[in-house]
Design a protein around this ligand. Structure first.
Ligand code: GLC
Ligand code: CA
Length: 544
């Protein structure tokens, strides 16, 4: 019997530095996350994905690691980390860490040795070129990054960096680098983590600039890392960030012998298109375009995260449609094809649309990944530069600094959003906990119901004809049981008739919905939905 915990998981991504500050220095810490574990457990989160929390100059929000075996002293000590791990385990919560090994910080001792001494064994840890290389691919962060090659005066050579110049790329074709990566995984696995979110996976395995490219199979490395991981800890997972072409996706999963999970960027972008157009069709494209994946593999679904909302998998006109509706001002856009806003402001803070979006996230095939603060509908701060707009501090209460920190305002690692519709005075955990109608209480309930329906996460998908372009309906079947969900993407009430006979007996049980449920008769079933309404059902069996 396969018990794949990651298919049942509710993952929440959070940044230790902006979650909860306990010592009043203005920076969130492990003691703070530990203190808030009951909140996260109460919400129904079963797995935390921590953004990088290693020592770093923080040029790229921790994605510029200086020491893979430590904790950024601003967040506490390794001892605080172990205490946090213990408390998470006490609550049955797993933890995965960001594994940032496409590059190091330029301040990492490896790079410092590599640039100072051509004979150093660390020289070949990075990718160098004496001449300005001809292979000059487009930059990933236009406006913030000039080139992918920068000249280093000390080394008298150019080095490759797919991201900022403060992040030199590691040379994965060097076996010693691959051994180091395994050692890093081994270290944190010993401390109890359940796996890693593999940062920038396509760039990690690419061979741009290395000698004799093409002589090794880049995807073979993925198997190497997976084997190491699985020998050390059988149930640990690798969840990769790989926003690649459709044709390349199967390579990342292999036969189920490479990575277990990938973020579903295709579905993410089409979901936003469906929300704008108020039509089911883009959603269906987003579900059917990605390849069928091995039995043990799984998609990670998300709405927003700590980066921009990338629209690179859509056509230019589709992208424009989304910009017009969700990011009409230039300051809301980034990198040409990205939106630097959080979910709630993007949907005008409309509770119906937020619930619709989350209802989709929780029912579409895959594992939902939440971004901290989105469960209370936090906003963004467009006055912040770049992607920092969506990385503001957690809003716990209407006390000063939103209850995030007792430090003076000017000492905070990031400003807390204050004033307006999304300020901490209005949007915070404490007030939503008291309000039975709040988004937070709705989320808790929806997550609870989703957990009782593992079919949504693990099942085989069937799209059900609704006869209405605005209404999307689907069933998920798993281990002989079937659940269904119906979503009205439009703002007007709808009534659709669904033929559910092929999915089970004449029995349909209501699980969750936006309105009072009238008893449904199986067979051909009439379903009423409010504008932006949604309903979840179990088919062909009793509630239990
Ligand atoms: C990933 C991260 C992003 C970071 C980049 C470089 O895309 O999500 O925040 O800037 O990798 O590490
Ligand atoms: Ca602190």
């Amino acid at each position: 019997m396969k018990d794949l915990w990651y298919k049942r998981a509710i993952i929440c991504c959070l940044d230790v530095g902006t979650f909860m500050d306990t010592n009043g220095d203005g920076v969130g810490d492990f003691a703070g996350v530990t203190k808030r574990l009951d909140y996260l457990a109460g919400l129904g989160v079963t797995c935390l994905w921590l953004l990088p929390c290693y020592p770093a100059p923080n040029y790229d929000n921790g994605y510029d690691v200086m020491d893979y075996y430590g904790i950024d002293p601003r967040h506490g000590t390794l001892g605080d980390f172990v205490e946090f791990m213990h408390q998470a385990r006490e609550r049955g919560m797993r933890v995965i860490l960001d594994l940032v090994v496409n590059h190091t910080s330029s301040k990492h001792p490896w790079f410092q040795r590599a640039r100072s001494d051509e004979k150093s064994p660390y020289r070949d840890f990075y990718v160098w070129s004496k001449q300005k290389p001809e292979v000059n691919l487009p930059v990933l962060l236009p406006g913030e990054q000039k080139s992918i090659w920068t000249h280093d005066r000390k080394a008298e050579a150019y080095y490759l960096h797919r991201f900022y110049k403060q992040q030199p790329d590691l040379n994965i074709s060097n076996p010693e680098v691959r051994d180091e990566i395994c050692k890093v995984m081994g270290f944190w696995l010993e401390l109890g983590v359940s796996g890693f979110r593999v940062d920038a996976a396509p760039y990690l395995i690419e061979q741009t600039g290395v000698d004799a490219p093409g002589t090794v199979d880049p995807y073979g490395y993925l198997k190497e890392f997976r084997d190491f991981l699985s020998w050390r800890r059988g149930d640990a997972i690798l969840l990769a960030e790989a926003n690649v072409e459709l044709a390349a996706l199967p390579e990342y999963f292999g036969d189920g012998d490479r990575l277990q999970m990938l973020f579903n960027f295709v579905l993410n972008q089409h979901l936003f298109l469906a929300l704008v157009r108020q039509e089911a069709a883009p959603l269906i494209v987003g579900l059917l375009q990605p390849p069928t994946i091995p039995e043990t593999a799984q998609w990670a679904n998300f709405l927003r995260n700590h980066d921009e909302l990338t629209l690179d998998k859509l056509s230019q006109p589709q992208c424009e449609t989304i910009f017009q509706a969700f990011a009409p001002q230039e300051r809301m856009q980034i990198y040409g094809r990205g939106v630097r806003r959080r979910l709630a402001p993007l949907l005008d803070g409309d509770p119906r649309r937020l619930r619709l979006a989350y209802s989709l996230l929780l029912t579409l095939p895959g594992t939902p990944v939440l971004y901290y603060g989105d469960e209370i509908g936090m906003g963004d701060d467009l006055a912040q530069e770049g992607r920092t707009s969506v990385r503001t501090a957690m809003q716990w209460s209407d006390e000063s600094n939103g209850g995030f920190s007792t430090a003076p305002k000017n000492r905070l690692v990031r400003p807390v959003i204050s004033g307006g519709d999304f300020g901490y005075e209005r949007v915070n955990v404490a007030s939503q906990q008291r309000d039975p109608e709040s988004l937070l209480n709705w989320m808790e309930k929806a997550i609870r119901v989703r957990k009782g329906c593992p079919e949504f996460g693990s099942g085989k998908l069937s799209i059900v004809e609704t006869g209405d372009a605005a209404v999307f309906a689907h069933c998920s079947a798993w281990q002989g049981r079937v659940v269904a969900a119906v979503h009205n993407l439009s703002d007007t009430p709808r009534e659709v008739s669904l033929d559910l006979r092929s999915f089970g007996e004449n029995h349909v049980v209501d699980l969750l919905g936006d309105r009072e449920c009238e008893p449904l008769d199986g067979g051909r079933t009439w379903v009423k939905l409010e504008g932006y309404g949604y309903r979840w059902f179990r088919i062909g069996s009793t509630w239990a």
